[in-house]
Design a protein around this ligand. Structure first.
Ligand SMILES: Cc1cc2nc3c(=O)[nH]c(=O)nc-3n(C[C@H](O)[C@H](O)[C@H](O)COP(=O)(O)OP(=O)(O)OC[C@H]3O[C@@H](n4cnc5c(N)ncnc54)[C@H](O)[C@@H]3O)c2cc1C
Length: 526
């Protein structure tokens, strides 16, 4: 690595870090990106292997140490962070699913690309009686131009609706299919119940890949202004004791464990919400508010209701009758006079035309096979993405008695869902049941069980932004209140989580913060 003082040093190469690198290099700044893991070989790693070529024949490597990664399997086990190498702890009665990727590109290589904007029901939650949390220092209008550019870059497709709780984006034209009979019936019944029905919004990216590795980093490299150091595990942000300014970071080579220092005029943390927070806590900086690590939020997943359309059973399912998805954006707690036993809202993503899981039937052998044949292609599945209340007590802190493979203290995560989340889930399950029944469907499964916090892989908060340095960690430009040349541009800055998957908002915030930073550096203010 060339010995020099960079203009900006970025820790992390996922969506948030990639976006920052793209913006800053286009503005002519010299940028160094450090990433904890290796560079993936997309050509080689995306090749599909037959099960018989896998050492454990697809049943999974018992030594993979991925206890909390529910989507890990033998095909993809080498992509996730090994929990033995980088462990974390939680109370036995409060499990937390922390799913991490350290390859260059981070989780952007694997995300499902569902792409939504937050609305002012989330940015200005405190202004609404049923709002879930405090106000952000910015509104949808502030982020709108950045969302628009991100949506264009990531080629987001969606149907424009004009609903305030589901803000439309700058969509790429997609192909609208014809609704099946089942979709039409469900839409009519949902609308009668006051539930709006739209379609999923998703980023097409390029050839199905919408990652920093193919959409942000190549442009940054093309400027000649970006240096990337993979396998660089950052341990600490360094600060000049006299000026109070960040000076760079200490990092270790992943393989040799040799410790080095990299210097820059500005440090940007983009290590993914909880890793950025861990770095700040381990550095012991930027925490005059005492709030770093607090107000951990995510979206809650779970709550499954599965039904069958009787007319589609016994081999009668066909594309005209059943098939296609429906997306019902938030419809609760939008009105001023609405009285619920929970705050916030949820959406209902639904699919039709599936075959039910064998576990839904209390039979086995030929009787079970008969059932599965009868219900093949005739099912409707619904779940929720639900809003989680930001609570001070849901937090992370450094676990002083545990270190990772590089001797860096790990995180202890303390997050629990409460009555609000349980009531919200119950409302969602009851609503889905009511909807299905009104459609004439047979209910196969109804569960209002919530998955553990973290399960959605959308961890947010812990360095919330705000105008008051006593009540927030970052200002509205993702800059530390305490250390002006230190920014955090990932999901840590969120004040409320919303029910919407967060990545479009993370990208838009990172773009906005980076452009502001470049402007300020240009004016000599930093
Ligand atoms: C399977 C899956 C499906 C998903 N689906 C969706 C979806 O449909 N919609 C949606 O909005 N979101 C989705 N997400 C979430 C989305 O991927 C994340 O919100 C987003 O990618 C976060 O980007 P990030 O840059 O903040 O963090 P990350 O992608 O986690 O990147 C962080 C980077 O920091 C690096 N790093 C960490 N610690 C250090 C350190 N100490 N030193 C140096 N480098 C470090 C890592 O190597 C990593 O590259 C999904 C995630 C997964 C895994």
């Amino acid at each position: 690595m060339p010995k020099q003082i960079y203009d900006v040093l970025i820790v992390g190469s996922g969506h948030s870090g990639g976006m920052a690198a793209g913006v800053l290099t286009q503005k002519g700044l010299r940028v160094l990106m450090l990433n904890a893991g290796p560079v993936p070989d997309l050509e080689k790693d995306r090749v599909f292997k037959p099960t018989h070529e896998l050492p454990y024949r697809g049943f999974g490597n018992p030594n993979a140490h991925l206890d909390h990664v529910f989507q890990a399997n033998e095909f993809n086990a080498n992509t996730w962070v090994n929990e033995k190498e980088v462990p974390y702890s939680h109370a036995p009665d409060a499990p937390y699913n922390w799913v991490r990727v350290r390859l260059l590109g981070g989780r952007s290589l694997f995300w499902a690309r569902q792409s939504f904007r937050l609305s002012d029901f989330e940015f200005k939650a405190a202004n609404y009686p049923g709002g879930a949390g405090d106000n952000w220092p910015i509104s949808l209008a502030d982020l709108d131009p950045y969302y628009s550019r991100v949506e264009q870059q990531f080629r987001v497709v969606g149907r424009k609706e004009g609903w305030p709780q589901f803000p439309d984006g700058n969509f790429t034209a997609g192909v609208e299919g014809t609704d099946s009979e089942c979709q039409k019936r469900m839409t009519a019944v949902a609308n009668k119940m006051g539930i709006p029905v739209s379609r999923m919004r998703a980023a097409l990216g390029d050839n199905g890949l919408a990652s920093s590795l193919n959409l942000s980093i190549p442009g940054a490299l093309a400027t000649g202004k970006l240096d990337i150091v993979p396998n660089a595990v950052v341990r600490e942000v360094t600060v000049d004791k006299n000026t109070g300014r960040a000076t760079g970071v200490h990092f270790l080579d992943r393989h040799t464990r040799r410790e080095m220092h990299a210097s820059a005029r500005v440090v940007i943390l983009a290590a993914g919400t909880l890793e950025s927070t861990r770095l700040l806590l381990n550095s012991g900086i930027a925490n005059s508010s005492g709030l770093i690590g607090h107000y951990l939020i995510d979206q809650l997943y779970g709550c499954t209701v599965v039904a069958a359309m009787p007319e589609a059973r016994d081999g009668k399912a066909n594309p005209a009758l059943i098939g296609g998805g429906l997306f019902m954006p938030r419809f609760r707690n939008l009105g001023k006079d609405e009285k619920r036993n929970f705050r916030g809202g949820y959406c209902l993503p639904m699919g039709t035309g599936s075959t039910p899981d064998a576990k839904y039937f209390p039979e086995y052998g030929p009787a079970l096979q008969k059932k599965l044949d009868s219900y093949a292609g005739a099912c409707i599945t619904g779940g929720i993405y639900g809003e989680v209340l930001p609570r001070y007590e849901n937090h992370v802190r450094i676990n002083k008695s545990q270190q990772d493979a590089w001797g860096i203290p790990t995180l202890h995560i303390e997050a629990r869902y409460g009555e609000n989340e349980r009531n919200l889930c119950k409302d969602a399950a009851d609503t889905m049941e009511e909807l299905y029944k009104a459609c004439g469907f047979e209910i196969l499964v109804k569960s209002d069980k919530v998955n553990p916090p973290g399960y959605s892989i959308h961890e947010l908060g812990t360095c919330r932004m705000g105008d008051d340095p006593k009540k927030s960690v970052l200002n509205k430009w993702n800059q530390s209140h305490d250390i002006k040349n230190l920014l955090v541009v990932d999901g840590s800055a969120f004040v409320t989580g919303g029910w919407q998957n967060p990545t479009m908002t993370i990208l838009a915030l990172s773009m906005r913060a980076s452009e502001h930073l470049a402007e300020e550096m240009g004016k000599g203010n930093l």
